[in-house]
Design a protein around this ligand. Structure first.
Ligand SMILES: [Cu+2]
Length: 133
């Protein structure tokens, strides 16, 4: 056996570098991007959030996505535990998904979404941030 100490240190160092770069990369970025049509909503009465879902590589709107999970909370302002009702209102235009929300406090709210997209095995997740005032 002729393992040298420096050789073993080098291989341990290489393993650490591999681990660090693996965690830095994490999950590959999703090609699907959620964005808001307007980022400010009113506290007076019912507020509507229109969310655009885009397949970024092709630049095409994603139609017929099935959004099956939503959460509306104040995480952007450090209040992830403060939630408010959200209900899906269908798709008023291709690639646009409408939600009605009822924010209970002025500030930044995050609408978190999970969707099934045609031809995509994995669930597509994302969020948009709006300011209630
Ligand atoms: Cu709050």
């Amino acid at each position: 056996m002729t393992f040298s100490i420096s050789g073993r240190i080098a291989s341990i160092a290489a393993a650490i570098v591999a681990l660090v770069s693996l965690s830095a990369c994490g999950k590959p970025a999703s090609p699907y991007v959620f964005s808001t049509v307007q980022s400010e909503i009113s506290m007076a009465g019912e507020a509507i959030i229109d969310v655009r879902l885009l397949h970024q590589p092709s630049g095409k709107p994603v139609v017929n996505a099935v959004i099956f999970e939503t959460r509306f909370d104040m995480e952007p302002d450090g209040m992830g535990g403060m939630t408010a009702p959200v209900s899906a209102q269908g798709s008023p235009a291709p690639g646009i998904y409408r939600f009605s929300v009822a924010p209970t406090m002025a500030g930044r709210w995050e609408l978190k979404l999970s969707a099934k997209v045609q031809g995509e095995a994995e669930t597509v997740s994302g969020s948009v941030v709006v300011t209630a005032q």
